[in-house]
Design a protein around this ligand. Structure first.
Ligand code: NAP
Ligand code: MG
Length: 403
């Protein structure tokens, strides 16, 4: 075989847990290291090692990502009570994704991988819809109370000089509930810039929607910040690329999305993004085909699969049973990161390799060779279900023909 492809800057590699950790190693051994002189700075975010380092490894990996600019992450366990005993944890460590997101101040973009033979539940969606979810504030940082009868609820803001501004929420005659939510201009602006930058990066239109007709100050603020930043910093670049920034009311956006063919980025407020990303993922078919990339306002990228560690399959794997876990989203995290690294370091060979890897993967599925989750969805006549390892071997055969 010809010489291996060389890299300049290392990728930040964040290893993870369970079935995705197994797949991670298979992908590297079968599809990457035979072709690339793979340079990574390795961080083991597996739960055992997070526990040993008191989660310092997660923080270090995020800092390394800031330093080098591109990371690839395996799915990781977010501990709960059951995991505390399973792994004998000294503390219920926080979600690594949450920690990394907070350090990078990033926005998550999720997009489906589309293949022939799998029709979305909304058949007109022939191109991917990428959802960008604002990851700060609103009801996720709320303060709630139940209120008894004959009570007055008010919003009170005390400024830095101690002056109070009050607004009546409601005079309760009978019992009820209240909730206080907030956001900050800085976070909304970061979110807006991440979305505009990403639209330029992938050359697609950007849609944004809120309920500004009802929420005349809160949601309207989102709309105004987006508009101001767009006009001042991005309009010209959008014009040059022939892409569009489009704002509409959330109700209208939902109707348009359903009637659309896809092929744009849909920026959502925190709650809308939570709900709509599940809706969009389900409509496209499989979690195993959903990619995710965290982008910071200064242009740092962290690629991963949108799904978790696929625990149920891992327990089968550990018992020596055959598994048919979909590795596509994890594979595309690697190809996405390698492509980005190649672009930044001006390594066209690396970019080409990553593109061929994606092509070979899609070809494999379109040839009818697929994992169990896709087998259930595919309408190809010649489809066959293969196990986790065979699927990667089939990709490798096609990859060799492409290069
Ligand atoms: P999950 O790992 O995404 O799996 C849920 C179910 O979805 C699986 O049991 C499987 O269904 C199907 N599935 C997901 N990915 C698949 C794939 N690649 N191939 C085939 N089927 C796939 O979610 P979970 O079971 O709720 O969570 C497991 C662990 O992952 C948890 O500890 C959680 O904390 C963690 N998690 C991590 C991340 C992350 O790191 N980004 C995200 C979410 C969850 P069937 O069993 O029916 O085959
Ligand atoms: Mg959700």
């Amino acid at each position: 075989m010809a010489d291996k492809i060389q890299m300049k800057t290392p990728l930040v590699e964040m290893d993870g847990d369970e079935m995705t950790r197994v797949i991670w190693k298979m992908i590297k051994d079968m599809l990457l290291t035979p072709y690339i002189d793979l340079k990574t700075e390795y961080y083991d975010l597996g739960l055992e090692h997070r526990n040993e380092t008191k989660d310092q490894v997660t923080i270090d990996s995020a800092k390394a990502t800031k330093k080098y600019g591109v990371a690839v992450k395996c799915a990781t366990i977010t501990p709960n009570a059951q995991r505390m005993t399973e792994y004998q944890l000294s503390e219920m460590w926080k979600s690594p994704n949450g920690t990394i997101r907070a350090i990078l101040d990033g926005t998550v973009f999720r997009a489906p991988i589309i293949v022939k033979g799998i029709t979305p539940f909304i058949p007109s969606w022939t191109k991917p819809i990428t959802i960008a979810r604002h990851a700060y504030g609103d009801i996720y940082k709320n303060t709630e109370m139940t209120v008894g009868e004959h009570a007055k609820a008010e919003l009170v803001v005390t400024d830095k000089d101690g002056n109070e501004t009050r607004k009546l929420i409601h005079e309760f005659t009978t019992p009820g509930i209240i909730q206080g939510v907030h956001n900050v201009d800085e976070s909304i602006a970061s979110f807006a810039r991440a979305c505009f930058n990403y639209a330029i990066d992938i050359r697609q239109d950007l849609w944004f929607a809120t309920k500004d007709t009802i929420s005349k100050q809160y949601d309207h603020r989102f709309k105004d910040i987006f508009q101001e930043i767009f006009e001042q910093e991005y309009q010209q670049k959008f014009n040059e690329l022939g892409i569009e920034y489009f704002y509409t009311l959330i109700d209208d956006a939902v109707a348009r999305v359903v009637r659309s063919e896809g092929g744009y980025i849909w920026a959502c407020k925190n709650y809308d993004g939570d709900v709509m990303s599940d809706m969009v993922a389900t409509a496209y078919g499989s979690l195993g085909m959903m990619t995710s990339v965290l982008v910071s306002p200064e242009g740092v990228y962290e690629y991963e699969a949108a799904h978790g560690t696929v625990t149920r399959h891992y327990y089968k794997y550990r018992k020596g049973e055959t598994t048919s876990t979909n590795s596509v989203a994890t594979l595309f995290a690697w190809s996405g990161a390698l492509k980005k690294r190649g672009e930044l370091d001006n390594l066209p060979e690396l970019v080409k390799f990553a593109e061929n890897l994606e092509k070979a993967t899609i070809q494999t599925i379109e040839d009818g060779v697929m994992t169990g989750d896709l087998y259930l969805l595919s309408n190809l006549e010649n489809k066959q279900k293969v196990d986790t390892q065979t699927f990667l071997a089939e990709i490798n055969q096609r990859l060799q023909k492409l290069i």
